[in-house]
Design a protein around this ligand. Structure first.
Ligand code: ZN
Length: 62
């Protein structure tokens, strides 16, 4: 299994597609990444289930 997986998500602010690289060796992650388009901070929540990353994104203040 490839531990680094690339995922495309829609920015919750501007709606543009952004690319994330998820480290699947960590089962639960929560971090902030700036949108590559509008540069606003996106809360990223990742959980790994059966080797597949389940990703949720939220506004900074949610
Ligand atoms: Zn954006």
């Amino acid at each position: 299994m490839d531990l680094l997986q690339t995922h495309n998500l829609d920015c919750p602010y501007c709606g543009e597609s952004i690319q994330l690289i998820i480290d699947c060796s960590i089962s639960d992650q929560e971090y902030i990444e700036d949108c590559q388009v509008c540069c606003r901070p996106i809360n990223i929540f990742v959980s790994i289930e059966d080797g597949a990353a389940q990703i949720h994104v939220a506004h900074e203040n949610e």
